[in-house]
Design a protein around this ligand. Sequence first.
Ligand SMILES: OC[C@H]1O[C@H](O[C@H]2O[C@H](CO)[C@@H](O)[C@H](O)[C@H]2O)[C@H](O)[C@@H](O)[C@@H]1O
Length: 604
Amino acid sequence: MPDVTSALEDYALIGDHQTAALIGRDGSLDWLCLPRFDSPACFAALLGGLDQGHWRLAPAGAGACTRRAYLEDSLILESVWETAGGTVKVIDFMPQRDRAPDVVRIVEGVRGRVEMLGVLRLRFDYGRVVPWVRRSDSHHVAVAGPDSVWLRSDPAVHTYGQDFSTRSEFTVSAGDKVAFVLTWHPSHEPRPRQIDPYEALDHSLKGWRAWAARCRYQGPHRDAVVRSLITLKALTYAPTGGIVAAPTTSLPERLGGVRNWDYRYCWLRDSTLTLSALLLAGYREEAAAWRDWLLRAIAGDPAELQIMYGLGGERRIHEYELPWLPGYADSAPVRVGNGAVGQRQLDVYGEVMDSFHLARGSGLPAEPHAWQIQRAMMDFLESAWQDPDEGLWEIRGPRRHFVHSKVMAWVAADRAVRALEAHPELPGDIDRWRVMRETVHREVCEKGYDDTRSTFTQSYGSAELDAATLLIPRVGFLPADDPRVIGTIDAVRRELSHDGLIRRYTTDGDHGGDDGGNVDGLPGSEGAFLVCSFWLADALMLAGRRQEAETLFQRLLSLRNDVGLLSEEYDPKSGRLLGNFPQAFSHIGLVRTALTLAEDRRAD
Ligand SMILES: OC[C@H]1O[C@H](O[C@H]2O[C@H](CO)[C@@H](O)[C@H](O)[C@H]2O)[C@H](O)[C@@H](O)[C@@H]1O
């Protein structure tokens, strides 16, 4: 069996707001966790090879499709193959879930006659368990442990078992339609209710059209912005309002490297930034759902606040490895869970306070106990902001006094003060928070700024730089035309740029070493971190350097794959996307920069 999974940029995303799948240009569905984003994958070819589970549906003997695109502003993928015998298209989507998750694949003959081949290789528990498959009426059902998957196809399709896979052979002529519906269900329950795939298609398309029409942004990059917003919406777990950082685990930050992490959880940082992007683009319902998720998740002692939670607000996200999976492009280990869950990352308080501030300012109906939680968080932060932490990059080395964490402590105090200024009826000690705001500001400017190089540094007393300091003007810590901000923009550009794109900080691997002595405690290097380049574009724009910002934004747009998706990082040397895919952070960056550019134009 040829064991080739696709390049990352060859994948498109489909999903049902509870989980999501990746489908390659060759028609192979190589990643899907069922029933939730954080469940074990039943198709894990992405992290190994075809034997770890995949579902290919394409013309027999064909390679990559000739072209593909999402249907209008939707998450419904259409892949077209032009073959010698004719033209065929495959439409892939996951309908909005009623009870059970479904993947629908509709084959449509367009011209001539095309022989099709489907190969369904189910492997439960991240590629480890080969299920028993049997026929039951019009279905094939695969069962192992708690999982069962039902495959329904048209009667005209010849389906048989071979090499621990279920194969389907059929021919389509112009005008023919053949639908497959794959449904997951707990194995102890009777067969799930069947859906009509064509009705589901119609319903999904209408639903996405209506959703996309609510986007307030009308600027020149509307298609890119809407695609990013659809991607962010696809990363939202509808039953609770939680938002995952990405639907994948362990896509490497360097091919063949060990920087491989599980992103199928809700980070307060990534989610608050997603919420801001959605809110600014006009999506208040999602923002309200997420705010409610947040209030439930963080309820309790603010000292016990975690930096990430499970989809439902679960607290235990213990990290472990899956040794039987070779990893994407042999990048091991594959990890499930995330050890960063136990870290102290003080920036999170600032991000949460800022998102409540934005929600209040956007007229989102007030939630009575939100302020109570904010006050408790401020009480805690007043006593903790002077401590070292692991920072927003979740370093696995020793704690440090990260400048970005302190700046975000300033943001927390600032938003608390501004809330009381706007709503004097709320209880709280405005004078104390003003003092805290002032103290943090003074300390950061004294200890986190390097006069000789005219730049903010990564941490107090360090010579290293950090792309997160580009956020200083955006959060309002200093104006964009302050010489210290200008100096930081130029220093970050000079020292952290990789072919014009920005790394988050330097690693020893960047200088050829691989000894694990990095600030982040990890061996090797990584690519340019895409959201940092969007932050640079924002900072340039705020500083009045619009041409440079526009040029950088255009470059970033060109890094999206053919269906508009970005992963976490990019390697300018090989021209490859790296890291988990698609990643909320990068798409948030795209939306925010497009909005900032549009505002700047209006101001002209
Ligand atoms: O670089 C090491 C860390 O990498 C991951 O963190 C990154 O992803 C998070 C989710 O998008 C983001 O919030 C964080 O800012 C990024 O640094 C990983 O989750 C960590 O476990 C790992 O230590």
